[in-house]
Design a protein around this ligand. Sequence first.
Ligand SMILES: Nc1ncnc2c1ncn2[C@@H]1O[C@H](COP(=O)(O)OP(=O)(O)OP(=O)(O)O)[C@@H](O)[C@H]1O
Ligand code: SF4
Ligand SMILES: [Mg+2]
Length: 330
Amino acid sequence: MVGVGTRSLRPEDAEALIRVENLVMEFPGPRGAVLQAVSDVSFDVLEGETLGIVGESGCGKSTTAKAVIQMPRPTSGSVVYRDADLTSMDKETLRSKRTDLQMIFQDPISALNPRRSVWDIISEGVEIWGTHGAWTDARLIELIESVGIDPQYKDRKPFQFSGGQCQRISIARALALDPRVLICDEPVSALDVSVQAQILNLLDDLKTEHDLTMLFISHDLAVVRNVSDRVMVMYLGRVAEVGDADSIFDNPIHPYTQALLAAIPGSGVVDDGSLSGELPSPLDPPTGCRFHTRCAYATEVCITTVPEFEQFGPDHWVACHNPQGTPVTL
Ligand SMILES: Nc1ncnc2c1ncn2[C@@H]1O[C@H](COP(=O)(O)OP(=O)(O)OP(=O)(O)O)[C@@H](O)[C@H]1O
Ligand code: SF4
Ligand SMILES: [Mg+2]
C-alpha cells in the first residue's frame, strides 16, 4: 500500500519486506505550533529492491527514513518489518531487530567519532549490538578491504581520510552488523563528483554481495534513476507518485514529478515553471493537494480535497485530481 487511502498498492504478487502504513511524524514548532514532517504516508519496500526517495528539501525524506528505523519513533502509524510491527515493540526487542536495519548519512566525516580509530569504529557496533554471525578479526579485516580501505590504515582516525574514504568506513560500520536493509540518506551528495561514482559502484557491488534491500534518498534524480528499482516522489510530507523507475522517469504522471524531471537537462519533460513558485511552509501546509499553490493544472477540487491514489500501470500509482495520463484498471 502506498500514499493515503486504503488500497493495496504494490505490484501484484510482490512480497513487502517493510510495510509502512499511515506514518505520521510531528515535531514541536515555534510558539506551540506542530510541524507535521510526514503526513499519513504509506509504502512498501520489496525484498531485494532499491527504493529511491526523491523530493525537494524539507519534504520529509530523511524523517521518513529515520521513522522506519524508529529514530525517533513515529507519532503514529506502523512500520512492519518481516511481519513484526517495530512501532509497538518494547525497547529490548526493537534493539535486537535494529541491527537488521542500518543507515548511512550524507556527511561521512561528522558521522564518525573523531577520537576513535577506524578499527574501533567498525568493531564498536559489533561489540555493542552483538552479532548475527561469528565476527572475527579476520572477517572485519575482510570487510574493511571489501569497502576499499587498506587494512594497514585501520588504526588511523577519521580526519586522516578523505570524505569518500570516510563514507567507505561508514558503509563498513553499517555492514559489520550484517544488516538486511541499508538506508542511504544522500550518501554521495557531500562528495566530489569523481568520488560519487566510486561510492555508488561500491554500494551496488555490496548490495549484491550482501543481498541487501535498500532505501536510497537523493536530490540527484539522475543518481536515483541509476540505482533504483522503484521510486517514490514526496511533496511536503506526502507521497505524490510511486512506481517502477522506468514508469516514473519515462512516463511521469503527477505534475510535481513532471516539474522535478523538467529540471534535469535532457529529460524531455517540458518545464511549466511550477517549481519557481515558493515552497509552502510545512507549519501551515496548503489544504487539499499540497501542491495546488504551485501546480499549473490545479482546479477547485485540488484546494478542498486530498487526492486518492489511482493506478497507471502494473507498478505505477499517482495521487492527483488531474493526472497527466490515463488510469488503468488491472
Ligand atoms: N528534529 C526535528 N525537529 C523539528 N523539525 C524537524 C526535525 N527534523 C525534521 N524537521 C522538519 O521536518 C521537515 C522535513 O525534514 P526532513 O529532514 O525529513 O526533509 P528532507 O526531505 O530530508 O530534506 P533535505 O532534502 O533538506 O534533507 C522539515 O521542515 C524539517 O525542518
Ligand atoms: S491534485 Fe491538483 S494541484 Fe495537485 S498535482 Fe494534481 S492537478 Fe496539481
Ligand atoms: Mg534529508
